[in-house]
Design a protein around this ligand. Structure first.
Ligand code: AMP
Length: 542
């Protein structure tokens, strides 16, 4: 027997309708190229999204066609998210930091019809035009007065387009399974793969991120996403904030600028923020140098890469609670959040320092398991390492235009490519990427744990560990270190001595190499494939 409840479709246009009615006065503040502090309300934002949609409706696109963006986090990008997706098109957010060949591949693979670009990216776009014949037009996210001189064909001005549209535009009824957004993963090898989110998956994910032990977003919050809107929808913040009625602060191109971030936090009274570890390093360096504090900032979520304990402890000194989150593009992205702060009294200082570094516990809606090489499920004992698999309504079932491909080896589960342990309390800890794991004499060494210890050294700015050929053990860890500002005199001996008593002796790297910088992907992850290439001729002393 079926229940007798309404089967309203979960579509993101319902966020617009809700926010306009009950959260209309909450603000969106943005840093943009043409206005260092633009400020308006959700009501105004969604009125403009409607006008934009009315303009797009004249382009003759088919439902499901892709409208792409090459843009920073700001209000026009926000309007484009909604103006495109709520009218039945797919908002394809492109990472402008990718190499031009990758951009061309992605644009053509996605069959993008129009691309919205920040003025900063006009020359980048000009270099792509010839190789992207399927793109019918380019929209520059600026005003008529500030339109740059450009050779782009069929170029439109965003503000002119919005001004011509009607606010009376009505959002069409959409099926909740219809696609609303597309984001390509920037893998370290091979071509990027497209993850196609649906209205339903986006809505459920946004609900889940709002839970108190997840990102915990409420009406009283002022949220500063320092995660790009071109990378997994800024962790769902552009959806969850209007749902909750939280004020949204968008930092534009200034995501790596500690001074702008501190100013935004203090002047806009930001309570919650989210970003990758490097963002916090930049902010903390600025705070230390300037002597400023960030009194309003209650908590942050840090994810995307393993977070060194030193960052979390320094944030403690500013009264900012930091929670680790883990996820991936294929998971919309949220998988786990570490809420150990909430039960801190249950831990000794030493245990808390260990547990707070873990990825955390699965958010309701995501299921996890770890398996061995034969696919046998491993115990949640905090010791066993295995390949991490996930499933849930906001997890990718297959990649765009690769449907039926082997996105996951086991039916119904997505293979994350991460290696993890899960402890009896459900705290998952990423120990490696499957392809980065170091096997020494047949035993696994967690490169992430070794890296965490290395980066805790006060003279180290960044560190990476790779498995490197060893005649006796087949592989041993090689540590590559970028010295910090106080580390000019750091030696291999001093570095290796640091591991004594901090990790198992046999996990200690066999050698250290110093580098000026580490190679990173467009999303800021260390490119270990490249590191292995750079150090391929290195020989461990025997
Ligand atoms: P992306 O799809 O670009 O967001 O990358 C997802 C990958 O980033 C995951 O599969 C992990 O390898 C890594 N990652 C994300 N969050 C964390 C975290 N908290 N700790 C360690 N690695 C992480």
């Amino acid at each position: 027997m079926n229940g007798l409840m309404m089967s309203q479709q979960l579509s993101i246009s319902s966020i617009v309708e809700h926010a306009e009615r009950v959260n209309g006065n909450a603000e969106i503040v943005s840093v943009t190229a043409d206005n260092p502090r633009h400020r308006y309300t959700y009501q105004q934002a969604f009125a403009r999204a409607r006008k934009l949609a009315d303009g797009i409706a004249t382009w003759g696109l088919a439902q499901g066609d892709r409208i792409a963006t090459l843009a920073w986090n700001d209000y026009r990008h926000f309007e484009t998210y909604y103006g495109s997706a709520c009218s039945g098109y797919v908002c394809h957010t492109i990472n402008p930091r990718l190499f031009p060949e990758q951009l061309v591949y992605i644009i053509n693979h996605a069959e993008d019809r129009y691309i919205f670009i920040d003025p900063d990216f006009v020359s980048l776009a000009e270099g792509l035009v010839e190789e992207c014949p399927g793109v019918r037009g380019w929209v520059v996210l600026t005003t008529a007065e500030r339109m740059p001189q450009t050779s782009l064909p069929n170029v439109l001005c965003y503000e002119t387009l919005v001004a011509a549209g009607s606010e009376a535009f009505q959002w069409p009824e959409l099926d909740e399974n219809a696609a609303c957004a597309l984001c390509y993963t920037s893998g370290t090898t091979g071509n990027p793969k497209g993850v196609l989110y649906s209205h339903r998956s986006t809505m459920l994910h946004a609900y889940a991120t709002m839970m108190p032990d997840a990102l915990g977003i409420a009406r009283k919050d002022v949220v500063l996403p320092i995660v790009p809107m071109f990378h997994v929808n800024a962790w769902g913040n552009p959806y969850s904030c209007p749902m909750a009625g939280a004020k949204l602060v968008l930092p534009g191109s200034k995501m790596g600028d500690g001074e702008t971030l501190a100013a935004l936090i203090n002047e806009e009274k930001v309570t919650m923020s989210a970003g990758v570890p490097t963002v916090w390093l930049g902010l903390l360096a600025y705070l230390k140098a300037s002597g400023q504090r960030v009194e309003s900032l209650e908590r942050i979520v840090v994810g995307g890469a393993a977070c060194p304990l030193s960052i979390m402890e320094e944030l403690d000194t500013y009264g900012v609670q930091s929670k680790v989150g883990w996820g991936m593009t294929e998971m919309s992205p949220l998988g786990t959040v570490n809420a150990s702060q909430a039960t801190r009294e249950n831990y000794s200082e030493e245990d808390f320092a260990k547990v707070r570094l873990k990825g955390g516990r699965q958010v309701f809606g995501v299921e996890m398991k770890i398996v061995d090489d034969e696919g046998n499920e491993l115990p949640w004992d905090g010791e066993a390492f295995g390949s991490l698999k996930v499933r849930g309504p906001w997890v990718c079932s297959s990649y765009f235009k690769l449907e039926g491909s082997d996105a996951h080896a086991e039916e119904g589960w997505f293979e994350t490519g991460d290696v993890a342990t899960i402890d009896p309390d459900g705290y998952m800890a990423i120990t490696d990427r499957t392809k980065d794991v170091i096997k020494s004499g047949g035993e696994w060494i967690s490169s992430i744990e070794v890296e965490n210890v290395a980066t805790d050294h006060p003279k180290v700015a960044e560190a990476a560990v790779i498995g490197h050929y060893h005649p006796k053990w087949s592989e041993r860890p090689l540590l590559i270190v970028v010295r910090g500002p106080e580390g000019k005199d750091l030696t291999s001996q001093e570095m290796l001595a640091w591991f004594e008593g901090r990790i198992a002796k046999w996990w200690t790297p066999d050698a250290v190499q110093f580098a000026d910088e580490l190679p990173h992907t467009a999303t800021g992850k260390v490119q270990k494939v490249k590191l292995r290439e750079i150090y391929k001729n290195f020989a461990f002393p025997v």
